[in-house]
Design a binder for this molecule. Structure first.
Ligand SMILES: [Zn+2]
Length: 91
């Protein structure tokens, strides 16, 4: 696919070249960002605007961890409820 290739872009703040990688492009598209990043990672960090791909990635991992924890908690609660119901039936 043509738009899945790394792209060299020029930062509008420092004028330096930076790479807009195929992975980053995919995340941008998934998130519905139509525009390419205007600044290099360093300048975006300094300005603290825009969404950093690194942060999107760690946010995803965090969400996955949270989902796993919630599922485990649900299973635990269901098991406890079952035990409680059995107790109630017995009495
Ligand atoms: Zn820059």
């Amino acid at each position: 696919m043509m738009n899945e290739e790394d792209e060299r872009l020029q930062c509008c703040s420092c004028g330096g070249l930076f790479t807009f990688t195929a992975d980053q492009k995919r995340y941008y598209r998934e998130r519905g960002f139509a525009n390419k990043p205007k600044r290099c990672l360093r300048c975006r960090r300094l300005r603290n605007d825009g969404v950093l791909v690194d942060e999107i990635l760690s946010e995803r991992e965090l969400l996955l961890e949270l989902c796993k924890a919630v599922t485990e908690l649900r299973l635990y609660i269901e098991k406890e409820l079952q035990t409680l119901r059995q107790l109630v039936v017995r009495e």
